[in-house]
Ligand binder design. Structure first.
Ligand SMILES: Cc1cc2nc3c(=O)[nH]c(=O)nc-3n(C[C@H](O)[C@H](O)[C@H](O)COP(=O)(O)OP(=O)(O)OC[C@H]3O[C@@H](n4cnc5c(N)ncnc54)[C@H](O)[C@@H]3O)c2cc1C
Length: 458
C-alpha cells in the first residue's frame, strides 16, 4: 500500500513483527518486536524503547531489545566520488555492497572487520577495528561525518570537528545515542583486488610475540591464527599472516583480469553439539598449522580470502550447534600482554573446551571514542561453544585475567559482562553517560546489552 494512503488511514508505514532474534553467536535468543523501515524518512525513533540493528553480526545482545529497528532496507549508496574516494551511504548498506562498487574503481575500505556482511551503521556504532589498527586506527578515524537521528526525532551531523563530543559518544556507543542514518567515509586507493600475503610460523607464544614485534616483518595488515589446543612448550603456536594491497603491476598476468568474490557455500543445518570436540578441533588445527605455516614465500590472494575467510561459508555459526557460542574478545595493554595471553590460553586449554577459532592482533593507540574498544596492546578473540552452563565459569575466569592486566572485553562480542566489570574496563563511561543523558534523557535507546550492563544507571 502506498505510504501516503497508509498515513491517511493511520496504518503505520513500517510494519512490526515479534519473533525470536539473536546475534551472530546465537546466544542469547530473545523475542523482540521488529520494525523494518523501507525508506530513509521512515527511520525515526518511536515513543518507546528501541535499538537499531544492522546485519546482526555482533555476537551477543548488542542488537537485541524490546523493539528493534532493522536498517537493512535503508541501504542506498548516495554519492561516490571516484577521484577523491569519498563515499556517502545510508547506514544500512553493507560493506559487501560497498566493496562491489568501489573496488573496480580503485578504492578500498580504510578499516574492515573480518566480515563484509556488517553494515556501515554497525561499523560506526561498534567503532570496528581491522588487521591494520596498529597503523591506521579504528573505523571512526576515517569517517568524515555521520547523520545521527536523536531521541527527539531531530537529525544532526556529527564528526571529529562538528558536534565532536556527540560524535565520540556515538562511535563505539553501540546505537545508544541514536540511529545512525548516513555515513560519509574516506576510502583508500588500491590498484588491484589482490593482497600480497606472507605467512610466518611461530612454534609458541614467545615466538608469536617476537614476530609481531619484528619491524622487518611488519606490514599494513597482520593477524595471527593461534592453535589454542596446543599446550606445554607449544602453547600459543601460531601462523602470523601479514599482507598489503598488491599493486596491479606486480600481479602475474593470470590475475590481471577483473574478478569478484566467489559465492558462499552454506552450512544447511545446525551441527550436533559434539561435532566440534577437542579431538576434531585438535586434528583440524594440526592440519591447518602444517598447511599454512608451509606458505613461507609471498603469494597473492583475493581480498575476500584474506579479509573475509569465514564469509565463504554462509551460516558458519551453525557449526556450533543449536545452543550457539560466545566469542570472547579482549584487549590487553602492551605491558602485560604476553603474561595475560599466556594465562588466557592456559585457562582455555585446561578447560578442555575447544576453541575452533582463535586470533591474536596487535592494536595501536586508543581513539577519542568514549566507549571504543581498541587500546594499544594485543587483542585475543576466541570462539567458545556453549555446550553446557560450565562455560560461564570459564568466561568469568577469563574476565578476571583481563581485569587483572588492565584490559577490556569488546562490547560487540560480549554476552556476559557484569555492570561492575564494564565500569572498570571502560573508565570513560561517566563522560559517555553525561552525553547520553543530554541527548536521550528518557532513555529511548536501550538494548539488551545496555540493560544487562545497567547503562541507564548514572
Ligand atoms: C565473522 C565476523 C568477524 C568479525 N570481525 C571483526 C573485526 O575484525 N573487528 C571488529 O571490530 N569487529 C568484528 N566483528 C564484529 C562486527 O564487525 C561488529 O559487531 C559490527 O557492529 C557488526 O555490524 P552489524 O551491521 O551486523 O551490526 P549489528 O550486529 O546489527 O549491531 C551492532 C551494534 O551496532 C548498533 N547499530 C547497528 N546499526 C546501527 C545504526 N544504523 N544506528 C545506530 N546503531 C546501529 C546496534 O544497535 C548494535 O549495538 C566480526 C563479526 C563477525 C561475524
Amino acid at each position: 500500500m502506498p505510504a501516503l494512503i497508509g498515513e491517511i488511514l493511520s496504518i503505520p508505514a513500517v510494519p512490526t513483527l515479534s519473533r525470536p532474534l539473536s546475534g551472530w553467536g546465537r546466544y542469547p535468543v530473545e523475542v523482540c518486536e521488529q520494525v523494518r523501515p523501507e525508506r530513509y524518512r521512515d527511520l525515526r525513533p518511536a515513543a518507546e524503547q528501541q535499538i537499531a540493528r544492522g546485519q546482526g553480526r555482533s555476537y551477543g545482545d548488542a542488537a537485541l531489545g524490546k523493539r528493534v529497528i532493522l536498517t537493512e532496507r535503508v541501504n542506498r549508496l548516495l554519492a561516490f566520488d571516484a577521484t577523491s574516494g569519498v563515499l556517502r551511504a545510508e547506514a544500512g548498506a553493507t560493506l559487501a555492497e560497498i566493496l562491489d562498487v568501489i573496488v573496480p574503481q580503485g578504492w578500498f575500505l580504510p578499516v574492515t572487520p573480518g566480515t563484509r556482511f556488517a553494515s556501515l551503521g554497525g561499523c560506526v556504532a561498534a567503532d570496528v577495528h581491522g588487521k591494520n589498527h596498529h597503523h591506521d586506527g579504528a573505523f571512526s578515524r576515517h569517517v568524515l561525518a555521520i547523520e545521527l537521528i536523536l531521541a527527539d526525532g531531530s537529525r544532526i551531523t556529527c564528526s571529529a570537528t562538528q558536534n565532536a563530543a556527540l560524535y565520540w559518544a556515538a562511535v563505539g556507543g553501540m546505537g545508544l545515542t541514536g540511529i545512525i542514518g548516513e555515513v560519509s567515509l574516506q576510502l583508500i586507493p588500491v590498484s588491484s583486488p589482490y593482497v600480497q600475503v606472507r605467512h610466518h610460523a611461530a612454534a609458541n607464544l614467545a615466538e608469536t610475540f617476537a614476530l609481531f614485534n619484528d619491524a622487518a616483518l611488519d606490514d599494513k595488515y597482520s593477524v595471527a591464527w593461534i592453535d589454542c589446543l596446543a599446550s606445554g612448550d607449544s602453547l600459543g603456536r601460531s601462523v602470523l599472516m601479514c599482507g598489503h594491497h598488491a599493486p596491479h603491476d606486480d600481479l602475474p598476468a593470470a590475475l590481471r583480469q577483473p574478478t569478484k568474490p566467489g559465492k558462499a557455500r552454506a552450512i544447511p543445518f545446525d551441527l550436533p553439539a559434539l561435532a566440534l570436540n577437542p579431538f576434531s578441533v585438535k586434528l583440524f588445527n594440526a592440519l591447518y598449522y602444517r598447511q599454512q605455516s608451509g606458505k613461507t614465500e609471498p603469494f597473492f590472494t583475493h581480498y575476500s580470502e584474506y579479509f573475509y575467510p569465514l564469509d565463504s561459508v554462509a551460516h558458519w555459526n551453525r557449526l556450533y550447534g543449536k545452543r550457539g557460542f560466545v566469542q570472547y574478545q579482549c584487549v590487553i595493554p602492551d605491558s602485560g600482554a604476553f603474561a595475560a595471553v599466556t594465562a588466557l590460553l592456559q585457562a582455555l586449554s585446561q578447560s578442555r573446551r575447544p576453541s575452533f577459532l582463535a586470533v591474536l592482533k596487535r592494536l595501536g593507540p586508543q581513539s577519542p571514542g568514549l566507549l571504543s574498544f581498541p587500546m594499544a596492546g594485543y587483542t585475543l578473540a576466541l570462539d567458545i561453544p556453549l555446550r553446557d552452563d560450565g562455560v560461564f565459569a570459564l568466561l568469568k575466569k577469563l574476565d578476571e585475567i583481563v581485569l587483572h592486566y588492565g584490559g577490556r572485553v569488546y562490547l560487540a562480542k560480549d554476552a556476559v559482562l557484569t555492570p561492575q566489570e564494564f565500569r572498570v574496563m571502560y573508565p570513560r563511561y561517566a563522560e559517555w553517560r553525561a552525553i547520553k543523558q543530554d541527548v536521550d534523557p528518557a532513555l529511548k535507546f536501550q538494548s539488551s546489552l545496555s540493560r544487562r550492563l545497567e547503562l541507564d544507571h548514572a
